[in-house]
Design a protein around this ligand. Structure first.
Ligand SMILES: Cc1cc2nc3c(=O)[nH]c(=O)nc-3n(C[C@H](O)[C@H](O)[C@H](O)COP(=O)(O)O)c2cc1C
Length: 175
């Protein structure tokens, strides 16, 4: 899978001076659709002055959640309600190592197809597991059913903007 990494001019970790400065979008995909949607979200956030990295889940370990990060999981569902292949390693490491993800704020964008019995199951799996490890889901999951139409993509861009607002509120609230 082609990896797009785009880091904003704003340097530093997830927060500085009470502002959320960088968001990591973790991509779970098999045929690239989730990566495209992640790229759209990243573009929208960068346009709003937010620093973003789009990361293939295959390339990172649990450390990607380190330092109180703000994370958007953007994942397809494959097989019979299963995680895409590129995300299985990260998921299994998290389940085995069970790091404390307290301080991590996250949001989940799920891609799926309601023709399958377990619609957007991978998104639900990530919500549940990250929550169990202590991370805080800041906004209701955004789900795309079938091939993303223009309105789905526009919805994802807007949803990502709202998620970042919540990330910021959380950081301000923590003082
Ligand atoms: C073999 C196969 C199995 C799938 N299984 C599911 C499923 O169980 N639940 C679901 O909601 N979508 C399922 N989908 C739909 C995909 O999640 C959807 O097409 C998604 O947009 C693919 O994203 P990707 O290109 O990033 O992998 C499946 C698709 C394929 C090709």
């Amino acid at each position: 899978m082609k990896i797009t990494i785009s880091v904003s001019k704003l340097l530093g970790e997830a927060r500085r001076g009470g502002e959320m400065e960088r968001v990591v979008i973790l991509v779970g995909t098999e045929t690239g659709t989730a990566e495209d949607v992640a790229g759209e979200m990243a573009e929208a956030l960068e346009g709003a002055g937010v620093g973003v990295e789009v990361v293939d889940m295959e390339d990172v370990g649990p450390g990607v959640f380190g330092g109180g990060r703000a994370v958007i999981v953007c994942t397809a569902t494959h097989g019979d309600g299963e995680l895409p292949e590129n995300s299985v390693g990260l998921y299994e490491q998290l389940v085995e190592e069970r790091p404390d993800l307290g301080g991590v704020a996250f949001a989940v964008c799920g891609l799926g197809d309601s023709a399958y019995p377990d619609f957007c199951a991978a998104g639900r799996i990530w919500s549940r597991t990250l929550g169990e490890l202590g991370a805080e889901e800041v906004i209701r999951r955004y789900e795309i059913d079938g091939w993303p139409e223009e309105e789905d993509v526009e919805g994802a861009r807007e949803w990502a903007g709202r998620a970042v607002e919540r990330f910021r509120e959380l950081v301000r609230g923590r003082g």
